[in-house]
Write a protein that binds this ligand. Structure first.
Ligand SMILES: NC(=O)c1ccc[n+]([C@@H]2O[C@H](COP(=O)([O-])OP(=O)(O)OC[C@H]3O[C@@H](n4cnc5c(N)ncnc54)[C@H](O)[C@@H]3O)[C@@H](O)[C@H]2O)c1
Ligand SMILES: *[C@@H]1O[C@H](CO)[C@@H](O)[C@H](O)[C@H]1NC(C)=O
Ligand SMILES: *[C@@H]1O[C@H](CO)[C@@H](O)[C@H](O)[C@H]1NC(C)=O
Length: 416
């Protein structure tokens, strides 16, 4: 598995935006009569854009030599054409529709949620930095898929306040679906800064912009089942303790829940945290077990089957993506408005947290058996003790709260 890192955290982001001189643009426009003049103008504009791009963006180098240089990339945003795409993508096309900024839209869950919102006529604008935690070509393929359904993904970082402010200037989003994050449990030991950058600094930057926006949007965001950490009481309920994280990833998600509490308390932001339990499905993440097990089984490599202490079973409450999407939409649809304005709280606002799981934990050895059956290949199993590098032995969701309040009801129970 390639684990190249996105060193975004060590580089301050300075968007290489370009802006047209607005007054000159309007003035020039009045003088156009022939289409030839227009053509000439746009040819010049195009050449100008290329030149600006060349001088201001290090990423314009077509042949980056050193992969870590990719992190020096700045994003190009701004300008009338860009704003037009932003507006059009976020335009509500159904009665009672909402307009949603989806962060992490090129990600696994983000792609499915964006497509589902668009399908029912909501306005959707994506935001993603396309980092290379896993193969970015998969993110590009998802982007192309969304593009075909009319969803534009702005390329940029959630910790870029200037960009976020601009997006809220262009569109009065009613909702934010915040899914951008550094995911993965073990990778945190390799690149801890990336978790701080996206899951803490990025989340705070996003909330800062949301609290100042007028009107303030309601925010639904992805926490994680990993906040239950070393909890042994099953099934996990929202009221159970979450103060024993087993990984930095879990700690940053837990921090997110506390940060959400603060922004709700001080600024009246409506905030809903969703604790996803091991999501799987098409367009899924290649860093997850069902993917790399498949690859390794086909290669004839041995598959580590972890065992918890005292020969305990390691199991995950796998949840199918379509069920997660329904839970996300349910959370957006039941979210109350934020109560603040101009950065000031006007009254108490909604603060919620829900498990979105399946309530059917599958032992990892069963997962391997299912893959063997589907691949018609016998896996080489290697029993090993669960190392203490972030993974927890067991997850099992109690979903009665989401069932009651979001109408959440998982329908896909087994992999096969
Ligand atoms: N998939 C799961 O099993 C699972 C379980 C629990 C929680 N979650 C959470 O759900 C959310 C979505 O997960 P996913 O599986 O789709 O992961 P993903 O990695 O496929 O999607 C996350 C997306 O966010 C983008 N991103 C990361 N940092 C960014 C930044 N600073 N600025 C802009 N974009 C950034 C990435 O490029 C990626 O496309 C994440 O918050 C994750 O922590 C997922
Ligand atoms: C996030 O952005 C802020 C400024 O908006 C900057 O000071 C900080 O260094 C950034 N944090 C990370 C971890 O990139
Ligand atoms: C699940 O959570 C609800 C509260 O949301 C609680 O009443 C119920 O007892 C829990 N069920 C189990 C089996 O723990």
């Amino acid at each position: 598995m390639s684990k190249k890192m996105s060193h975004l955290d060590s580089i301050p982001s300075t968007p290489g935006k370009f802006k047209m001189e607005k007054s000159a643009y309007v003035h020039n426009r009045l003088r156009w009569h022939s289409s030839l003049a227009k053509l000439t103008f746009w040819s010049f504009m195009f050449m100008g854009m290329i030149l600006i791009f060349f001088f201001r963006s290090p990423s314009s180098n077509p042949l980056p030599q050193d992969p870590s240089r990719r992190s020096l990339r700045t994003y190009n945003w701004g300008g009338p054409a860009w704003e037009k795409r932003v507006r059009s993508s976020a335009r509500i096309r159904s009665r009672n529709g909402i307009s949603v900024l989806v962060t992490g839209a090129a990600g696994f869950v983000g792609t499915h949620v964006s497509a589902a919102l668009k399908r029912r006529g909501d306005g959707v604008l994506g935001l993603d930095n396309f980092n290379d935690y896993y193969d970015p070509s998969l993110k590009r393929a998802r982007q192309a898929f969304l593009e075909r359904s009319g969803v534009f993904i702005v390329e940029g970082d959630i910790n870029d306040s200037a960009l976020l402010r601009k997006l809220f200037e262009v569109v009065a989003f009613t909702h934010v679906m915040h899914l951008a994050a550094q995911a993965g449990v073990r990778y945190a030991m390799e690149n801890p800064g990336s978790y701080v950058h996206s899951n803490i600094a990025g989340f705070v930057s996003l909330l800062e912009i949301c609290k100042s926006a007028n009107p303030q949007p309601a925010i639904v965001w992805a926490s994680s089942s990993s906040v239950y950490g070393l909890n042994t009481k099953v099934p996990f309920s929202e009221k159970d303790r979450t103060d024993q994280p087993a990984s930095l990833y879990a700690a940053t998600k837990k921090a997110g829940e506390e940060i959400a509490h603060t922004y709700n308390h001080i600024y009246g932001l409506s905030l809903t945290g969703l604790r996803f339990f091991t999501v799987y499905g098409p367009w899924g993440r290649p860093d997850m077990a069902y993917f790399f097990f498949t690859r390794d089984i086909l290669k004839g490599k041995s598959i580590p089957i972890f065992e918890a202490a005292n020969h305990g079973t390691v199991a995950r409450d796998f949840t199918y993506i379509d069920d997660i999407v329904k839970g996300c939409l349910g959370a957006l649809d039941t979210a109350e408005k934020s109560t603040g304005s101009g950065g000031k709280k006007k009254g108490p606002a909604q603060l919620r947290v829900y498990n979105l799981g399946n309530t059917w934990p599958v032992p990892v050895s069963d997962l391997v058996s299912i893959l063997e059956r589907l691949l018609k290949v016998n896996a080489k199993r290697k029993l090993m003790k669960l190392p203490r590098n972030g993974d927890v032995p067991f997850t099992h969701a109690n979903i009665s709260l989401a069932q009651r309040e979001l109408g959440y009801k998982p329908t896909i129970c087994r992999v096969v």
